[in-house]
Design a protein around this ligand. Structure first.
Ligand code: R2B
Ligand code: URA
Length: 390
C-alpha cells in the first residue's frame, strides 16, 4: 500500500469512527429528550467489586492514606465513576507517559498550558493520573507495594460505584529463551515456589489466594497484536513472579549468590520446560487481588533480556524506551476496540499478512482505527502550567 493510500484509509477510518460515536451521542440525546428533561436520574448501582470488606461501610470518612484521598474531601462517584480501565506500571514516569499517550489514542485533548496532574501527589508514594475513562497508577516494585495500591484502587472503584472496570499491569520482565523485546501476556502467574498463588500471611497463618487472570482477555489482547507489522512477537505464557530481582530470579550478579552458574542454568531450563516465558515481581499479587474483587485483569510485559544469555541489562536506554511502549500499544488497541468497537482485525497467524514484504509493512499505528474527538472533561488529571513549565 502506498503511503498516500494508507493515509487516506486512515482518514476514512477516523471519519467512520467519529460518525459512529456522534450517532451514539445523538441517540442518547434523543432518548433524554423523549424521556423529558425532568425525568429523575436513576441512582447509580453499587460497584461491581466483589468480596468487599464489610467494615468499610463503618468508615466515615474512609482515608486512602497512600493516595492522599479521602471520602470526605473527594466525591468519588463524580471524580472516578466513569473509570472503565485501570492501568498500572512500575514507575511514575512510565505512567505519566502512558497517560499522555492514551489520551491521544482515545481521542481526548488538553488545552496547551495544561498538564496532567498527579492526583496522589500529596502522599508522595504512588502516582495517579486520570484521563477520561482511564485511571493510570504507578505501583513501585514487588508484591507488597502493588498490594497496598490495589487495596486502595479497589476501594476507589467501590466508593465511585464503578461498573466492570478492567485492570492491566504493564511492565518489564526478564524473558527465558525468547527474543528480547518480545511481549508476554501472562496466562498464569506462579510464585517463587511455582505455585499459582499469592501468599498472604494473616495472623501468622499463610493464606494462599489463587493468582487467576482472565484467559479470554489474554486471548483478546493477543488477537490485537500484529507480529508482521509490529516487528516483534506477542506471546501468551506463564510468568514466574519472584520476591527479589537477584537471588529470587537466579541471577549471578547480586551482592550475594548461594548457587553455581550450572544450578542457575538448570533452574531456568526447568521453569522454561514448564511453560514459563518470563520473570517479574508483581503478577501473583496483581492476579490474586483483582481475582478476589471479581475484576477482569491482564498482565502484559515486555522482556528486556534473555535470562539464558545474561543477567545484566546492557540494552541501550533508547531501545529500552521503545520496548517499554510495546505493552502500552497493545493495551491502547484494546481500549480503542472497546470504546469505539473497532480495530478488530486479527492478524495473528493470518495468511494474508505479508510478513516477508519488509518495506511494505506499515507501522501498526498507521492502520490504527480512528478516534473520537472529545474535549477533556472536568474530572480529569488536569493542571494549569505556568508559561515555560513544560
Ligand atoms: C519488573 O521490573 C522491576 C524490577 O526491575 C519489577 O517491578 C518488575 O516486576
Ligand atoms: N524485571 C524483572 O523483575 N526481572 C528482569 O530480569 C527484568 C525486569
Amino acid at each position: 500500500m502506498s503511503s498516500c493510500t494508507s493515509s487516506l484509509a486512515k482518514d476514512v477510518g477516523e471519519l467512520k469512527a467519529m460518525m459512529k460515536a456522534q450517532n451514539k451521542r445523538i441517540d442518547t440525546l434523543i432518548k433524554h429528550i423523549k424521556e423529558g428533561c425532568e425525568a429523575k436520574e436513576e441512582a447509580p448501582p453499587e460497584s461491581t467489586m466483589s468480596n468487599m470488606n464489610p467494615y468499610i461501610e463503618c468508615l466515615n470518612p474512609d482515608i486512602l492514606y497512600h493516595l492522599a484521598l479521602s471520602t470526605d474531601t473527594t466525591d468519588f462517584p463524580k471524580m472516578f465513576g466513569d473509570v472503565r480501565f485501570v492501568c498500572m506500571g512500575g514507575t511514575a514516569a512510565r505512567m505519566l507517559k502512558f497517560a499522555n499517550f492514551i489520551m491521544k489514542e482515545i481521542g481526548l485533548k488538553m488545552n496547551s498550558g495544561v498538564k496532567l496532574k498527579d492526583l496522589a501527589e500529596d502522599a508522595n508514594r504512588y502516582a495517579l493520573y486520570k484521563v477520561g475513562p482511564v485511571l493510570c497508577a504507578s505501583h513501585g516494585i514487588g508484591g507488597p507495594s502493588i498490594s497496598i495500591l490495589l487495596h486502595e484502587l479497589i476501594k476507589i472503584m467501590h466508593h465511585a460505584k464503578c461498573q466492570n472496570p478492567v485492570f492491566f499491569r504493564m511492565g518489564t520482565s526478564g524473558g527465558i529463551n525468547i527474543e528480547p523485546g518480545s511481549v508476554v501476556i501472562t496466562s498464569e502467574a506462579l510464585d517463587g515456589q511455582l505455585r499459582p498463588v499469592h501468599e498472604v500471611v494473616v495472623h501468622t497463618v499463610p493464606e494462599l489466594r489463587p493468582a487467576k487472570l482472565d484467559r479470554e482477555l489474554a486471548q483478546e489482547l493477543k488477537s490485537l497484536s500484529d507480529p508482521c507489522h509490529d516487528g516483534y512477537d506477542t506471546i501468551i505464557g506463564k510468568t514466574l513472579c519472584a520476591n527479589d530481582f537477584y537471588e529470587g530470579q537466579s541471577r549471578l550478579d547480586g551482592a550475594f549468590c548461594s548457587y553455581t552458574p550450572e544450578k542457575k542454568k538448570a533452574f531456568l531450563e526447568q521453569v522454561a520446560g514448564q511453560g514459563v516465558l518470563n520473570m517479574e515481581m508483581e503478577s501473583t499479587a496483581f492476579a490474586a487481588i483483582t481475582n478476589q474483587a471479581g475484576i477482569r485483569s491482564a498482565v502484559v510485559c515486555v522482556t528486556i533480556l534473555d535470562r539464558l544469555e545474561s543477567d545484566q541489562i546492557t540494552t541501550p536506554l533508547e531501545i529500552l524506551k521503545e520496548w517499554d511502549s510495546r505493552p502500552q500499544t497493545l493495551i491502547a488497541r484494546y481500549m480503542q476496540k472497546v470504546l469505539f468497537d473497532i480495530g478488530d482485525e486479527d492478524c495473528s497467524g493470518s495468511e494474508s499478512c505479508d510478513c516477508a514484504g519488509g518495506d511494505q509493512a506499515q507501522p501498526a499505528q498507521e492502520v490504527q482505527p480512528a478516534q473520537q474527538a472529545q474535549p477533556l472533561e472536568q474530572n480529569q488529571s488536569i493542571e494549569q502550567t505556568e508559561p515555560g513549565d513544560e
